[in-house]
Design a protein around this ligand. Structure first.
Ligand code: ATP
Ligand code: MN
Length: 463
């Protein structure tokens, strides 16, 4: 056995008469008189390989172990399939059982198990149709991210996961420490002086690699990160994880317009890539998860996004006649209900909102001439709400220092960030995109916990 054996997706390309072996996990087995039909999957494509086992063709004792969840190998011959939906199937001549799965206790038995139940067996759910499809699409989207940036001359960089700077203010942070006294079970008993801690000061898991990415862009011109990101927000929504993956491009010699153009190109490119590479999986999502999926993805891949300023959006919302739970007023942050109304009801495709009030956005965003708004942009998508947040960065030292002071941030800790404005500063811009929100958007999955193999939320880090 080695990894160079054929995948099931490749067996479908073969002509009748070829002798092959098919490796995988049994989805189902159905018996009728003198014949058994086995659906086998190795995760390489959406479609299962059908294996026809005639009586006496394989060892009868072994065949008993061919039940849902078992890991097996069938040897045999590719034959034309009389069944609809597949050109070929495998006529079995031999069988090896690698690992049986007792039908009395194997947890992933029934079709129609709820997403909540499947989350409790996250170690097995990938063997079902839905999660096999989710992780294949997730993989293709990740490949598309690297292709997209590579084709445009961006450098893939790795920013730190542990950081002592908590100045970014993007979200609540998880502390990283070795200085907690603990008992033999790992429970905290006492905490000591942070100066004696591993890093000599309080240190945290990163909430964004942006500030560090800026330092690399001012030297490499165009860079991006794609890495794990952590936020200790105590919110259990269907769109937030405590550990997620973020893509953050950063471009020197770039304004907010260039930033928006890149964001739009990026989404259209990655969606088109998924449409091209995962058609079987997306058809399944379209049938079973989100009826309008293929239509909306094709539309997004082919048409431009609407662009609107925050101020215009507030006017449109105020005149919408909708009874929102949270009132709309200039100066307040948009709630998810407002974002979804704009993109789903008002526009019907993704919208980019720009020029938000400076009070509700981060200190590093470039101040507009009006002195009230900043060069920020959020990309809002139907079904998801915010999928991207970005901005043109403040490149003027005096304006940046002023804003740091106004927001009460520790300027001395940001000395290196301010150095970028002291030495060789340039207009630059970038954005952050939550990778799981993209996977949700492309698959139509409703809960962010179902688009990552193991989800981290308040109260859950078990496995
Ligand atoms: P939201 O308003 O949805 O909480 P945010 O404004 O806090 O997001 P940013 O700081 O702008 O988010 O982060 C950039 C992107 O990262 C967001 O547009 C979103 O796609 C993603 N993101 C942010 N927080 C989370 C999270 N807790 N889980 C998953 N993705 C997230
Ligand atoms: Mn945001």
């Amino acid at each position: 056995m080695d990894y160079r054996r054929q995948y099931i997706k490749d067996l479908f390309q073969l002509s009748p008469g070829e002798k092959v072996s098919a490796y995988g996990w049994v989805k189902t087995r159905r018996d009728s008189k003198g014949i058994s039909f086995v659906q086998l999957s190795d995760g390489s494509c959406f479609k299962d390989l059908q294996i026809v086992v005639e009586e006496g063709a394989v060892d009868a004792e072994s065949l008993k172990h061919v039940t849902t969840g078992a890991c097996v190998r069938f040897d045999g011959e590719i034959v034309e399939s009389p069944a609809a939906g597949q050109a070929v199937e495998l006529k079995a001549a031999g069988l090896e059982i690698y690992g049986a799965a007792d039908p009395m206790t194997y947890p992933l038995q029934k079709k129609g198990a709820t997403m909540e139940f499947l989350r409790e067996i996250a170690h097995l759910r990938v063997r079902g149709n839905t999660f096999g499809a989710v992780f294949r699409v997730r993989n293709q989207l990740a490949q598309a991210v690297h292709q997209f940036f590579d084709e445009r001359g961006f450098h893939y960089i790795h920013t730190p996961i542990i950081t002592a700077s908590d100045a970014e203010g993007a979200g609540a942070m998880f502390q990283v420490t070795t200085s907690m006294g603990h008992d033999e079970k790992g429970y905290n008993i006492t905490t000591k002086d942070p100066a004696e801690d591993f890093f000599g000061k309080p240190s945290f898991l990163t909430v964004s690699g942006q500030l560090e990415a800026e330092t690399l862009a001012l030297g490499l011109t165009n860079v991006y990160t794609f890495g794990p990101t952590f936020r200790a927000e105590n919110s259990s929504t269907s769109r937030h994880l405590a550990e997620f993956w973020m893509i953050e491009p950063e471009m020197a010699f770039c304004s907010l317009e260039g930033d928006m153009n890149l964001a739009e190109e990026f989404l259209r490119y990655t969606i088109q890539h998924a449409l091209d590479k995962c058609s079987g999986d997306l058809e399944f999502f379209n049938q079973r998860i989100e009826p309008e999926l293929l239509k909306t993805l094709t539309l997004v891949a082919e048409s431009g996004f609407e662009r609107m300023t925050y101020t215009e959006a507030i006017k449109v919302l105020e005149n919408s006649g909708e009874n929102f739970e949270y009132p709309v007023a200039w100066g307040t942050d948009l709630q998810s209900e407002h974002e979804r109304w704009l993109t789903e009801v008002k526009v019907g495709r993704p919208v980019i909102l720009t020029d938000y009030p400076k009070e509700i956005k981060a200190f590093y965003m470039r101040l507009n001439e009006d002195g009230k708004t900043v060069r920020a942009m959020d990309v809002l998508a139907p079904r998801i709400g915010e999928i991207i947040g970005g901005s043109q960065r403040e490149e003027r030292l005096d304006v940046l220092e002023e804003k740091i002071k106004a927001q009460g941030l520790p300027a001395e800790e940001l000395w290196w960030y301010l150095d970028l404005r002291r030495f060789g500063s340039v207009p630059h811009a970038g954005f952050g995109l939550g990778f799981e929100r993209l996977v949700m958007y492309v698959t139509g999955m409703k809960n962010i916990r179902d688009v990552i193999p193991y989800y981290r939320v308040p109260g859950n880090a078990d496995f």
